[in-house]
Design a protein around this ligand. Structure first.
Ligand code: NAD
Length: 254
């Protein structure tokens, strides 16, 4: 899919991977709504994008766990640029570690890491089926394929994100809706080091396992890989080749 002139929403766009996606999309000629809980971070990314590609980006602050916020992002994109063609469900949190995470903690993590993807798909996919075109990219994680040492919440919610994206792909792939699921292992952003910074043995193990498993890539490399993979046959985008090997060792037929 060529992204020039397409209209994209990137959630978590104020962060490492989302910011890189927004910059790369604009460089390829797309128009982008950069959305983030941190409105200032989203605005800074949109400003940087517009400095290189004038008029290519607008920003929005808001929490993707609020269904109204996602509706608002779609309305903002339509008003600024036209109907949404591409949605990057990228906002995510690590969300705590072990069995001490309470019911509310699990709800928050499911809301951001999973339900926000479902909400966006419910709002966008029917229209894409009518138009015969649309692209949904879910940022899950290698932890959604291979349970990550340390964090139960992260692994469980990311497995759910992979499951939902795969279902979307199976159900709407033959109706013009492309779905990809980005499953990186270590990307050099704030989120990668959060576990270690807690000082909690599970958190230290979570970050340590990723660092021990292989190279850490930069967000810009990750965005390059995502856009390059947009026309690929495979549903999973695995920026680290090692993830595929580990996934195969687990017995997955891929
Ligand atoms: P990051 O911390 O730089 O960016 C995450 C962004 O999401 C932040 O800007 C944050 O403000 C935003 N966010 C958090 N909660 C939100 C909410 N409720 N509503 C809107 N925005 C919200 O981290 P990142 O590495 O760029 O993370 C992006 C995605 O990549 C996440 O889904 C993460 O789980 C996934 N991922 C990251 C790595 C890694 O090693 N960095 C590996 C695998 C997957």
């Amino acid at each position: 899919m060529k992204v020039a002139q397409k209209v994209a929403i990137v959630t978590g766009g104020g962060g490492g991977i989302g910011g890189a996606l927004a910059r790369k999309l604009a460089a390829e000629g797309a128009r982008v709504v950069v959305a983030d809980l941190d409105a200032d971070a989203a605005a800074a990314v949109a400003d940087a994008v517009n400095a290189g590609h004038p008029g290519s980006a607008v920003s929005a602050g808001g929490d993707v766990s609020d269904a109204g916020v996602i509706e608002g992002l779609i309305a903002q994109a339509e008003e600024a640029f036209g109907p949404v063609d591409l949605y990057f469900a990228n906002a995510g949190i690590t969300g705590g570690l072990g069995l001490d995470v309470d019911e509310d903690g699990w709800d928050v993590a499911f809301d951001i890491n999973v339900r926000a993807h479902i909400r966006a798909a419910r709002l966008l996919v029917p229209g894409w089926v009518e138009r015969g075109e649309g692209y949904f990219v879910s940022t899950a994680s290698a932890a959604g394929l291979l349970t990550q040492v340390g964090s139960a919440v992260y692994s469980v919610t990311k497995h759910a994100a992979v499951g939902f994206a795969e279902w979307l792909s199976m159900t709407y792939g033959d109706k013009g809706v492309r779905v990809s699921c980005l499953c990186p292992m270590g990307v050099n952003t704030k989120l990668l080091y959060e576990g270690k910074e807690t000082g909690d043995p599970l958190g230290v193990a979570a970050t340590g396992a990723v660092l021990a498993a292989g190279e850490v890539i930069e967000p810009d490399q990750c965005a390059e890989i995502v856009l390059a993979a947009m026309d690929a046959e495979h549903f999973l985008i695995l920026p680290h080749p090692k993830v595929l090997d580990m996934y195969r060792q687990k017995g997955a037929d891929y």
